[in-house]
Design a protein around this ligand. Sequence first.
Ligand code: H79
Length: 431
Amino acid sequence: MKRIDAERERRLAWFREARFGMFIHWGLYAVPGGVWKGRDVGGVGEWIYNSAQITVADYEPLQQQFNPVKFSAKEWVATAKDAGMRYIVITSKHHDGFCLWDSKLTDWDVMGTPFKRDILKELAAECQKQKIKLCFYHSIMDWHHPDYLPRRGWDKRPVAEANFARYIAYMKGQLKELLTGYGPIGIAWFDGEWEGTWTHAHGEDLYQFVRALQPNTIVNNRVDKGRQGMAGMTKGDFAGDYGTPEQEIPANGFGEGVDWESCMTLNDTWGFKSKDTNWKSTETLLKNLIDCASKGGNYLLNVGPTPEGTFPQPIIERLGMMGKWLKAHGEAIYGTQASPFPKPLPWGRVTRKGNKLYLHVFNTSQPTLLLPGLKTKVKSARTLGKERISVPASASPEGVTLTLPESLKNQPLPVIVLELDGPPTVEVSET
Ligand code: H79
C-alpha cells in the first residue's frame, strides 16, 4: 500500500492535472542521426554509441560537429504549448554523458561545441515566460565519464583508475547545478538505473538529495531499483514518486494514489534518426493520450530534434493537430481522474471529473454505447463542444445505454459529457 502523505499529494498535484507532456531527446547522437560510417545502424538513435560499438575516442569528435544554429527555445516551447502539453522533459544528459548545459564540472558539454550556448538556460527562461513546467531527464548510466562503471566490452580505457564513488559525487554536483541554477524544476527524470553498480542505497540517497535541493521537484521511480521491466511500475519499498511505463500503456489503471506516466515515441526512436519516417498518426497519438488519461496516467510524447535544432516537420504537423483537438476537448483530459469502469470499454474510453463522465468515442460507427454496470442516475448527456447536442440515455439492468447522434458519426474522436446525480457507482458483474 502507498502511504498517503500530504506533502506528496501537494507535490504531485500539477502532474495529475497536466496529463500531457513533451519529452525531448537531444544531444550529440542527433548528428549521426542513426547512420555511422555510412551504415544504417539499427535500434534507437541515442544508443548509437552502444549499437555501433563506437569507442569514446571515435565518438568525441561529434562535439565539434554539434552546431544547431536554428535552435530557438521560444519556438520549441511555443510548439509544446500549442500542442496542449503542460510540461517539457529534456535530456540534460543521456547515456553518452554529454551535457546540454554549461556545466562547471566537465568540458563534455555544450560549451565545448561550436554552438557555445547554454541550451537549458535558454529553455528555462522561455518555459518561465510561456508558463510551462521544465523537467530534466538525467541518465545515471554514463558511457563517457572515466569513473563510471561498468564499462562497455569494447571500451579499452584502463579500468583500474575508475572510481564509482567519485562518479556519484560528479553526478550529484551536476544535479546541484541543474536544481539550483535553472529555476523551479518539475521533475527529475532518472534513467539507466538498471546496471549492477547502482544500488537501492544509491537510489534512496539520490532521491533525498533531490528532495533537499528542491522540495517540490517530483522524482520518477527510475532513481531506485524498484522498476519492473518496461512495464515500469515499482514493486516493493523503493524510492520514486511515480511509475514509468516505456513504449506501452498499462492494460488497466492501478487505482487511486498510484501515479504513472507512459513515455512513448512519435516514430521508432527517441533521439533523431534521419531515416526513421515511421510516424504515428495523429489519431493514434490522441488515442494514446486519451487511453492514458482514462487509466489515471500521463502521456509523455517524445520529440527528437534535428542536429540543426528544429523539430522534423511531421512532428510539427501532428502536434499542431493534437493541440487543435485539445483546444476543443481539453476539459475531458486535463485534471481528470481515471474511468470508474475497471476495464477499457469496447467502443472507446472514459475519463471522470467529480460527478461528470467524459465518453471518448473511438468507434463512431455503432448505433449505441453501453456503460456497463453504471447505477448512478444520468442527469444530462450532451456532446462536448459549442453545439452541445443532446444524447439520449436510458437505464437498464445492464447499465446505461446511449444512442449515438447521427452528427457524431464522421467526427474524429468526439466526446460526450454525462452529468450524473452523484459520484459514479459501477457494479461489476464477473460473469
Ligand atoms: O531514453 C530513452 C531510451 O534511450 C532509454 N529510455 C528511454 C526513455 C532506454 N534505455 N534503455 N532502454 C530504453 C531499453 C533498455 C532495456 C533494458 Fe532493462 C535494460 C533491458 C534490460 C536492461 C529495463 C530495465 C528493462 C528491464 C530492466
